[in-house]
Design a binder for this molecule. Structure first.
Ligand SMILES: [Zn+2]
Length: 186
């Protein structure tokens, strides 16, 4: 089932999300719905707060990038109770967008290497070091679990430049092809 994506201004996007119990009801179905919602919106990642749930669940699809990054062929993964333990490597600038910030694309600097822990879809625990494009996407998505969005990383000047776009989103003017929930339609 495709779910509406919560847009900038929705309070759930600013909450610190909580770990879930492995017995969380209908977790498989929730993850399936998140994949479907992300695919419909052509996203590479989606965090549960973006569908209105303050829990630490993230889905990532890098298969769509496999033409440029062959190593990501077939890469579709869910991360449960996900946490970043350490960010390191070089600071790399790259343009980012976010399904909760339709129409806004800005360059964000992030570390090139991270150490993360999470449970996979079968609830097996993992702790690993991740680099490259996946490290970028994970930092973006796991930020959502801390109540952060990529615009929080911008300089005051860049923030000033996108002020008009942000206030349009707060007025419910989100121009995108997927279903959204702005603060204006409850
Ligand atoms: Zn995002």
């Amino acid at each position: 089932m495709v779910l509406p994506i919560y847009v900038y201004g929705q309070p759930v996007l600013r909450k610190v999300a909580e770990d879930i119990d492995p017995a969380y009801p209908n977790l498989k179905e929730l993850i399936e719905n998140m994949f479907e919602t992300m695919d419909k919106a052509d996203g590479v990642g989606l965090a549960a707060p973006q569908i209105g749930l303050p829990i630490r669940v993230v889905v990532v699809n890098l298969d769509v990038l496999s033409e440029d990054f062959p190593e990501y062929k077939g890469f579709r993964k869910a991360y449960i109770n996900a946490h970043i333990l350490e960010v390191g490597g070089e600071e790399v600038p790259m343009e980012e967008g976010c399904l909760s910030l339709p129409g806004i694309h800005e360059t964000v600097k992030r570390g090139s290497k991270i150490r993360v822990k999470y449970l996979d879809e079968e609830l097996n625990p993992h702790e690993e070091v991740v680099e490259g494009y996946l490290a970028r996407v994970m930092q973006h998505e796991f930020d959502h679990l801390e109540g952060k969005m990529f615009i929080d990383h911008l300089s005051p000047l860049r923030k000033q430049m996108i002020k008009g776009k942000l206030s349009a989103l707060l007025k419910g003017k989100a121009h995108c092809t997927y279903k959204v929930k702005t603060v204006h339609h409850k």
